[in-house]
Design a binder for this molecule. Structure first.
Ligand code: ATP
Length: 766
């Protein structure tokens, strides 16, 4: 085979030359973005250069600016930090430094620069672009570049990717690295929780975030901390110390044995006075007599190996940044690649930087409402969800007695991370509103047996981080596997006035049946909200279901270990079987996050022709590898991708056809994919959806008959918004036979998996 991994068939006469650098504080996922820029850039016929040590590499030039090839980024997806290095570079802040940087870029013939960093780095990039013509002029006059160079490189394209653990950038809902950082924080807080519980201690935990409370707030939600302090929303009371103590005391009186307070490093009171962890510790010790410790999490928060979310985010944004380079003209302002409502965006970079600076300004001016407004739209909602569901209210949120409801909570289908978190939030929020929450154990069969018990505030303590299902979950569908008459009878007997179901596709099927049966059984004419929870992410009416993020993280952890084994054994291809039923979500997103060679999914099926082409592709890759440094590779196969080409069959075909070039093994991940502790994203989604489910129930209680069809709904996440599509509305949008929605947003990622594994580039001649 003729392979040149530095060029592609699509090579232009004059290829674009793109440099990529990482700058500012390192963030997990930066490597994934560099990998995507390099590989996607090469696939588009560009020459891609890595600039080592951030802007310092631009200023220094020489071998700090290196041409990257396909293999130079192999294995980078799972590596934390940034392998091309980052630095805080003072010389780049000076014109002389930027002059040298410009000279180096011109000497390498580079016309575009993709910068992955925080607001400082992106400001620097924009300054560089705006000065570019002047810099070239000066270099030309000083004979440091030729006249021709000055004309050829008259325009520098800049594209920004936001790599920052703080999630402090406007123009994007989420930044590369923030979610991984949250993973590390939650792991630490969960660990601290066990010692706090054992000794009945209080812990004050400081997390990063000078002007941004995203990490602190999300960690507070995801770990069920008793109180959080963030810069954008300081406590509004003069005497916040007493409020905090009252809350901690109320929680203790109910039986809590631990107190956890999370403080952002930039936390302040309303007069801008810093709130320091040591001070909080003294208050808790002196006023409540709590044995209190302070823990500063520090650099563990930088993250290590990226979470699945960051690998995928960085990959699709890296791809988008190359597309933005290729689209750009001298007239277009420098773009920033963001993510809004689960969609990659491309907006003006400097506007985003200006808005980001406005947050700090608003805080400085004590305009906290504005500071909250400048954050992504969910931030304020999350803050309210946190206070309403975590802090035991002092009765101010109680509804009048006639509006209080008896709410049943039931889990359905297979266990999924976040089921317990949703239940815990629903219980606490419901109690704050005056409702009475009931646990229905073991799904609908449990209801029929009358396994119903009132849930208490302390009874669900700690559930936020528990995997599986505390209530017990069951696949039995009412009306199919369980007698609907008995369901209706028990609901009436226990006077259940609303239902919150947490589950996957079975739950959706159950919802349809319950809706249909309402004409016959008046006790079913109650608001019923379904919180989607299944690893397969196949519930119609939502972009995400609880448990799917936890599952992806389990898959990447398993695949990282498998990859290590494959790499060590050399020339081994693992066919890894993942769950998902008839939905290829886990295979595709898992494939993107692990750098799989390809994925087999039910949406496409498997044909012999495809297998032949995949074998040829693998042969080309292995022929191109250095004999003794050959790589391991993985392929993800969804469990239902094909009846004929099972995981074993595919692996055997690869073994036979590999002809000594490569060998194959299988790994069936099975129930490991349900995960142990739920991921922070699943916990956060669970909190938000559960609270909104209770709101939905309240709003639809006693609905007029003509609106009765709205009573039964999925509490779904569409982009960043929570919607309540009714089951009636969703049935036409569902493929009931194959148990999935007709359309899946993630399907557009499918081809990227193949593209980033070199399909099209590494094709042997016949
Ligand atoms: P983090 O979110 O981790 O703080 P950041 O990108 O904001 O990341 P900074 O230290 O502010 O981090 O900036 C990183 C580098 O970007 C600086 O060391 C400097 O080289 C460059 N830079 C920052 N601001 C400017 C500027 N106004 N002009 C030129 N270069 C700048």
């Amino acid at each position: 085979p003729q392979i040149d991994s530095n060029s592609s068939k699509k090579d232009h006469a004059v290829p674009r030359k793109i440099a990529v650098l990482t700058s500012g504080g390192d963030a997990a996922g930066m490597n994934a973005s560099v990998r995507a820029v390099v590989r996607y850039g090469i696939s588009k016929g560009c020459h891609v250069y890595g600039v080592y040590e951030g802007y310092q590499g631009l200023v220094d030039g020489g071998d700090r600016i290196r041409r990257m090839d396909w293999k130079s980024v192999r294995g980078w997806l799972s590596v934390g930090g940034t392998s091309i290095g980052t630095a805080r570079c003072m010389p780049f802040k000076t014109r002389e430094g930027r002059l040298r940087a410009a000279e180096n870029l011109v000497h390498h013939g580079i016309d575009s620069l993709i910068v992955c960093g925080g607001d400082g780095s992106l400001t620097g990039a924009d300054v560089f672009r705006s000065e570019w013509p002047g810099l070239l002029d000066e270099l030309k006059k000083a004979n440091r570049i030729t006249e021709e160079d000055a004309t050829t490189y008259g325009h520098l394209t800049i594209v920004g990717l936001v790599g920052s653990i703080d999630n402090d950038m406007a123009g994007t809902d989420i930044t590369i690295g923030a979610v991984t950082s949250l993973h590390r924080i939650c792991e630490s807080v969960d660990s601290i929780g066990t010692t706090a519980l054992s000794h009945s201690r209080a812990f004050v935990i400081e997390v990063m975030g000078r002007h941004c409370g995203w990490l602190a707030l999300m960690a507070g939600i995801a770990t069920g901390a008793d109180f959080v302090f963030i810069p954008e929303r300081p406590p509004m009371e003069d005497d916040w110390e007493s409020t905090m103590c009252a809350v901690a005391h109320r929680h203790r009186m109910l039986g809590k044995r631990k107190t956890v307070i999370i403080v952002a490093e930039g936390a302040i009171d309303k007069s801008l006075k810093p709130i320091r962890p040591e001070y909080i510790k003294d208050i808790l010790t002196d006023r409540l007599g709590l044995d209190t410790r302070v823990t500063t999490l520090g650099h563990t928060q930088r993250g290590g190996s990226p979470a699945a979310f960051d690998r995928i985010l960085a990959t699709i944004q890296g791809v988008a940044s190359v597309d933005a380079v290729l689209r750009s003209t001298p007239e277009t302002p420098s773009p920033l690649i963001g993510m809004t409502s689960n969609k990659v965006t491309c907006g003006p970079l400097m506007k985003a930087v200006e808005l980001t600076h406005e947050v700090a300004k608003a805080i400085g001016e004590k305009n906290f409402a504005r500071a909250m407004e400048l954050r992504d739209p969910q931030f304020a909602e999350e803050f309210n969800a946190y206070t309403a569901s975590t802090i035991l209210d002092d009765e101010s949120d109680l509804l009048p007695a006639h509006l209080r409801l008896r709410i049943g909570i039931v889990h359905m289908g297979a266990p999924a991370g976040g089921m317990n978190a949703a239940t815990r939030t629903a219980v606490r929020y419901a109690l704050n509103r005056g409702h009475t929450p009931f646990a229905i154990f073991n799904g609908f069969p449990g209801l029929v047996h009358g396994s119903i018990e009132e849930l208490t505030w302390i009874g669900v303590d700690g559930w936020i981080s528990h995997g599986g299902s505390e209530l017990g979950t069951n696949r039995a569908v009412p009306g199919e596997d369980v007698d609907m008459g008995m369901v209706a009878y028990q609901l009436q007997k226990f006077n259940i006035q609303a239902l919150m179901i947490v589950g996957g596709f079975e739950a959706f099927s159950g919802l349809i049946k319950l809706n249909e049966a309402r004409e016959k059984y008046p006790s079913l004419c109650i608001p019923i909200g379904l919180i989607p929870a299944t690893v397969s992410n196949n519930v119609p009416g939502t972009d995400f279901s609880l448990g799917s993020d936890t599952s992806l993280n389990s898959i990447i952890n398993a695949c990282d270990s498998i990859m290590q084994s494959a790499r060590s054994s050399r020339r081994r291809v693992f066919v890894v079987e993942v769950q998902g039923g008839m939905s290829g979500y886990l295979a595709v997103e898992g494939g993107l996050a692990t750098g799989a060679n390809t994925v087999y999914i039910p949406e496409e099926g498997i044909k012999l022709e495809r297998l032949q082409s995949d074998v040829r592709h693998l042969m080309a890759l292995y022929l191109d590898d250095d004999a003794d440094k050959s790589e391991g590779r993985i392929i993800l196969r969804n469990e239902k991708a094909s009846k004929t080409y099972t995981t074993d069959v595919i692996s055997n075909i690869l073994k036979d056809e590999g002809r000594g070039l490569f060998d194959s093994r299988t790994a069936v991940l099975g129930h490991i994919q349900q995960g142990n502790t739920p991921s922070p994203m699943d916990r956060i989604h669970a909190t938000r959806l559960a609270m909104r489910c209770i709101d939905f129930i309240e709003q639809h209680t006693g609905a007029a008959l003509e609106k009765a069809h709205l009573l039964v709904a999925v509490v779904g996440l569409t982009g960043a918004e929570v919607h309540f599509p009714s089951v009636k509305e969703l049935v036409p949008k569902a493929d009931l036979a194959n148990r999935k929605p007709n359309k899946a947003w993630w399907f557009e990622h499918r081809d990227l998996v193949d593209l980033l594994s070199g399909r099209g580039l590494f094709t042997p001649e016949a």
